[in-house]
Design a protein around this ligand. Structure first.
Ligand SMILES: *[C@@H]1O[C@H](CO)[C@@H](O)[C@H](O)[C@H]1NC(C)=O
Ligand SMILES: *[C@@H]1O[C@H](CO)[C@@H](O)[C@H](O)[C@H]1NC(C)=O
Ligand SMILES: *[C@@H]1O[C@H](CO)[C@@H](O)[C@H](O)[C@H]1NC(C)=O
Ligand SMILES: *[C@@H]1O[C@H](CO)[C@@H](O)[C@H](O)[C@H]1NC(C)=O
Ligand SMILES: *[C@@H]1O[C@H](CO)[C@@H](O)[C@H](O)[C@H]1NC(C)=O
Ligand SMILES: *[C@@H]1O[C@H](CO)[C@@H](O)[C@H](O)[C@H]1NC(C)=O
Length: 281
């Protein structure tokens, strides 16, 4: 190939990646809808009408391009193609009306994982709902995040801390222990795979971060109120304060700005990242 053509291709790649590395798109859910926010254009679109269903977690399969989410009052997990002009929900699995609060997709093995409200089990099935496996883990589960490439699983327990294990729960250990667990607990956690850092928010309104072995714990900001939704993209942190959706940078002195005001409580946020997009290419 001509060197110049090659150089131009590289330049296009570079610009595409640079564009994706700015705050891009995110999804959030209230009991009424799953909404898509384009941060650059500030446009907000309703993707799914929920009509009073609690959705406490969202995850995206970058390889097969599906958004997965549990519907608490329907007792199931469903998925839809995204992006798509025609959003149709597909049934994945019934969850026996357990309060599913955390979900994660392992696209490499076609597995869907979920944890229930303050439970002590982790469930897994294939994306067609078959091969159900239930693992025991620590009690108080709230959210789950995967590093599919490096085959690690991170689970946050509301009053305890964050565990790291292999995807089959072997080699499990607490990499973060929350202190003064009687007064401080956590309902939400996300991972930045590129930076290899975890982010969570506690009842004191602190957004905290640590690396994936639990070191270098720092407080990014304190908002003096409780958020149950956090999403981390390449350069931004999104969080909700009841009905308000905020955006902030990862630097410790940043000031959050309001991205959107909903009429309903925002329960969960999913932020797309360029690391994930690279898997999808
Ligand atoms: C939307 O998708 C569903 C399921 O894939 C299909 O049955 C339906 O015909 C599609 N509708 C349109 C307008 O494309
Ligand atoms: C899942 O639940 C739905 C509705 O409650 C029911 O119609 C369906 O038969 C169930 N499927 C399985 C595999 O249990
Ligand atoms: C669990 O997964 C690890 C790494 O992925 C593997 O080495 C180990 O054999 C697995 N253990 C079981 C019991 O499946
Ligand atoms: C957290 O606590 C557990 C159990 O007491 C301990 O094994 C682990 O080393 C602790 N982790 C950190 C990062 O302090
Ligand atoms: C979040 O909401 C609480 C009460 O509604 C308010 O006191 C607090 O200032 C808000 N936080 C931010 C960052 O706006
Ligand atoms: C919130 O409610 C008001 C009054 O009903 C309505 O005008 C507005 O469009 C609603 N906003 C959203 C984002 O749904």
């Amino acid at each position: 190939m001509d060197v110049r053509v090659w150089f131009n291709i590289c330049l296009i790649c570079y610009h595409t990646l640079a564009a994706e590395s700015v705050c891009g798109k995110l999804l959030f859910a209230t009991t009424q809808s799953i909404m898509e926010v384009d941060v650059d254009t500030q446009s907000v679109t309703e993707l799914v009408e929920l009509g009073g269903i609690d959705v406490m977690s969202l995850d995206y399969d970058y390889e097969n391009k599906y958004v997965y989410f549990p519907r608490i009052q329907r007792g199931d997990i469903v998925r839809f193609h995204y992006p798509s002009q025609n959003i149709t929900l597909q049934h994945v699995v019934n969850t026996s009306f357990a309060v599913v609060v955390g979900i994660a997709v392992d696209s490499a093995n076609d597995h869907v994982y979920w944890v229930t409200d303050s439970g002590n089990t982790l469930s897994r099935c294939k994306s067609d709902g078959t091969n159900l496996v239930v693992f025991n883990c620590f009690s108080g589960t709230v959210k789950i995040r995967l590093d599919v490439k490096n085959r690690w699983m991170y689970i946050v327990y509301y009053n305890k801390g964050i565990s790291k294990s292999r995807l089959n729960t072997t080699d499990i250990g607490m990499i973060v222990n929350f202190t003064s667990s009687n007064t401080v607990w956590v309902d939400t956690m996300d991972i930045d795979l590129k930076e290899q850092r975890l982010y969570w928010m506690n009842t004191n309104g602190d957004i905290k971060s640590a690396d994936v072995v639990g070191y270098d714990v720092k407080t990014i900001i304190s908002i003096n109120s409780f958020s149950i939704a956090i999403g981390v993209s390449d350069s931004c942190i999104y969080f909700a304060n009841n009905t308000q959706l905020f955006m902030t940078t990862k630097s410790q002195d940043s000031t959050p700005t309001v991205l959107y005001n909903d009429n309903n409580t925002i329960y969960t946020i999913y932020a797309f990242t360029s690391t994930g997009m690279l898997i999808a290419i």
